[in-house]
Write a protein of this length. Structure first.
Length: 278
């Protein structure tokens, strides 16, 4: 990876370093780390490939590890080598940085690099799964050319590390609009932000749920956001027939990459952990 980064730097006009020297420095750095780390009270390592992401933290001889599946453990280092760090688990910690609601973002395929931003910020906001959707107004070129899952999931991983998520969200394979309709009934609540909705927003939904005594039973929430061109009227009617709430996010029309952030934030505030507990 270090060699590749230097090559990229040279391509942009930066200075180069011979491969053998890079390998030598890398090996020496690992040896230095083995020597220095035990002498320090606190150690933090960062991955700065793109942004500074904390990948390791030690206080004294103990570290906290996350299994990326919702569990965190207090561990004690038993051995550090060039290729691995061996630890002994002391105890499982009562730490959970996940929201008490599961948000599933069904996103109409956007153009350019907008999906990168959507999964990055959605991860920070607590979205559990990202499901790209092929709707009627999705750009024809995108319908048969969506091959970014590996890269998108890497972006999610970096964002999850940075925001200290207890679970790594997933970006799934694109599905059709008809497949989304089948997902509506699997959710406790399904919301559709729509620019032509008439003054019925999340406040109205909350009022209905309270009147029907359902608000305390909301756990799994689905959101579907249209692509740049929005939804066809027939799609909105189909979602409504399946039980989805068609809502407005306000007087201003939001971009496709913004609408999901806004609604996810509102939901985390009302049902989740955004804004604190007091």
């Amino acid at each position: 990876m270090a060699i590749q980064r230097v090559k990229q730097r040279v391509e942009k006009g930066g200075h180069g370093i011979p491969d053998e020297l890079i390998k030598k420095r890398y090996s020496q750095s690992l040896k230095n780390l083995e020597y220095i780390a035990p002498l320090c009270d606190n150690v933090m390592l960062y991955d700065n490939t793109k942004i500074f992401v904390p990948i390791y933290e030690r206080q004294g001889e103990k570290i906290v590890l996350n299994n990326c599946n919702g569990k965190e453990y207090l561990c004690e280092i038993s051995n550090i080598s060039k290729t691995e760090v061996l630890v002994n688990i002391i105890k499982e910690l009562d730490i959970d940085n996940e929201s008490n609601v599961n948000i599933y973002l069904f996103q109409g395929l956007p153009k350019a690099q907008k999906m990168d931003l959507i999964v990055q910020k959605g991860t920070e906001l607590g979205v559990l799964e990202f499901i790209p959707v092929i709707t009627e107004r999705v750009d024809v070129k995108l319908k048969g050319d969506f091959k970014k899952l590996d890269r998108l999931n890497r972006i999610v991983l970096e964002a999850a590390k940075q925001s200290k998520r207890s679970i790594i969200p997933k970006v799934l394979e694109p599905i059709t609009f008809n497949e989304v309709l089948k997902k509506v009934e699997e959710m406790d609540l399904f919301l559709v932000p729509y620019e032509n909705a008439e003054n019925f927003g999340l406040k109205g939904v909350l009022k209905v749920l309270k009147e029907e005594n359902k608000i305390d039973n909301i756990k799994n929430i689905g959101i579907i956001v249209g692509p740049e061109g929005g939804f066809e009227k027939e799609e909105i009617e189909a979602l409504k027939e399946e039980g989805a709430y068609i809502i407005t996010l306000g007087n201003r029309i939001l971009r496709t990459e913004t609408a999901g952030f806004v609604l996810a934030s509102l939901l985390q505030y009302e049902f989740g952990d955004l804004g604190g507990n007091i």
